[in-house]
Design a protein around this ligand. Structure first.
Ligand SMILES: [Zn+2]
Length: 87
């Protein structure tokens, strides 16, 4: 058994133990939260990254405005390119 296989098996095992998978980075996580940029359910690490993004205050304002106008299905302003995971 080589190391790559071992590592891969551990990741699969970790994902299986977690109840959720992050929509953005696809890693297993116990807690997910809805993104403010789009409708993805993200792990806390991805949520931290979007909170640090320069467009975050704008995204939050748009969300709040939509809520004030009674739009509870506001899909977000769209995920900035530099928050997309590398393919
Ligand atoms: Zn994530």
């Amino acid at each position: 058994m080589n190391n790559t296989n071992n590592k891969r098996r551990r990741i699969l095992e970790a994902n299986r133990l977690c109840s959720n998978v992050c929509d953005r980075c696809k890693s297993g996580t116990d807690v997910t939260q809805m993104s403010l940029f789009n409708t993805q359910m993200c792990c806390s690490e991805c949520i931290e990254k979007e909170r640090a993004h320069p467009k975050f205050p704008y995204a939050r304002n748009c969300e709040l405005n939509a809520l004030e106008e009674g739009d509870y299905n506001f899909p977000g302003i769209g995920l900035p390119d530099n928050l997309r995971p590398p393919k």
